[in-house]
Design a protein around this ligand. Structure first.
Ligand code: BT5
Length: 317
């Protein structure tokens, strides 16, 4: 009853966008008290609607929250959830329940979004894209799927550069940066036997419409969003549909032909190659100059003694 009243109030406000609608008019039309109207307006504000109220004039809808468009997402084959702990965890659960390859889930908010090595991923509502895609590369060994994170990063960076003119670069292996600040990250998780893959989940987090004050203190100065860097608001549903289409196409190509088709695209957008780097992985650390990415997707690093290393997993310190 309350929900439908809220929807009706919203409809009225939307139809009169930019104009004031008195509380009395609304209460008469809906047959509810003015106090009940005020209560629903309060809830709408909590949901992200900006509604101004002026004595003797009434209410005016200034701004709607950026909600993901569930119908459009469903048409693109993407499952929507308002809040989950982690879309990667949800996607793994979907895989355990027999979901087909390329199933995709997006959440408006993650309560326990995760990064690599148990780190956290800040995923507030109405601002970013937090989504996961399921792959079932049954004909590949776990090692052969390693470059999938690089393919993902290259496709996203390529799209944001070409279509949205944002100078996004890829920091090996899973960071998306704009002007040195992190605007996205990729977390690939695998369920596999030594020689056979059950499934693979690629989780993508992209900061889209956040303002500076949306980031917690520990991310200030190191995180950014597309809006902050591009000075414009992005429709998250449209951006997700575009990226989803290109990623699925790229994954199909990668599963057939391997990484070589994406090698140049990755190099074109890399901010790692040609620079000094210290790489750390479970087995140790090595410092030197990142000189190339080999055909299998490993980073080629020349250490300070001139020895060449091919590193497939790790991170730049
Ligand atoms: C990553 O980890 O960059 C992978 C992030 C993947 C997130 C997606 S969202 C959808 C899917 N579901 C999940 O649960 N996860 C995936 P890593 O390289 O470990 O970086 C984590 C570090 O990035 C943190 O320790 C922070 O320093 C920083 N960070 C956290 N949240 C951030 C944000 N929103 N923007 C920029 N930096 C952030």
């Amino acid at each position: 009853m309350h929900d439908s009243n809220r929807e009706l109030i919203l409809k009225e406000l939307i139809s009169k966008r930019g104009h004031y609608l008195s509380g009395e008019t609304i209460s008469n039309r809906l047959g509810i008290s003015r106090a009940a109207v005020a209560k629903q307006i309060k809830i709408l504000r909590k949901q992200g609607y900006t509604i101004s109220a002026v004595t003797n004039r009434g209410y005016c809808l200034e701004n709607e929250p950026d909600l993901l468009d569930i119908k459009k997402l469903a048409a693109a084959g993407i499952t929507y959830r308002q809040v989950v702990d982690s879309t990667n965890a949800e996607c793994r659960q979907m895989a355990e329940n027999g979901a087909p390859a390329f199933s995709t889930i997006v959440a408006d908010e993650q309560s326990r979004g995760r990064g690599r090595l148990g780190r956290q991923w800040h995923s507030p509502p109405r601002s970013g894209l937090w989504f996961s895609i399921l792959l079932k590369p049954i004909s590949l060994t776990p090692a052969e799927t390693a470059p999938i994170t690089l393919v993902t990063a290259a496709i996203i960076a390529g799209h944001l550069n070409e279509i949205h003119h944002l100078p996004v670069t890829v920091k090996w292996p899973n960071d998306l940066l704009i002007r040195g600040k992190k605007t996205g990250g990729i977390l690939t998780e695998l369920k596999a036997e030594p020689d056979r893959i059950d499934y693979l989940v690629i989780g993508i987090g992209l900061n889209i419409n956040q303002q500076h004050n949306h980031f917690p203190a520990e991310l200030q100065g190191q995180a950014t969003s597309l809006m902050l860097e591009g000075n414009c608001w992005f429709n998250r549903t449209d951006l997700l549909s575009e990226l989803h289409f290109k990623l699925i196409r790229a994954y199909r190509q990668f599963l057939k032909h391997g990484f070589s088709d994406f090698h140049n695209l990755w190099l074109q957008h890399s901010s790692t190659i040609g620079k000094s780097a210290t790489i750390s992985w479970a087995g140790g650390t090595v410092s030197g100059k990142a000189i190339d990415l080999d055909k299998t997707g490993s980073l080629v690093l020349e250490d300070n003694q001139g020895t060449i290393h091919h590193i497939s997993y790790g991170e730049i310190l």
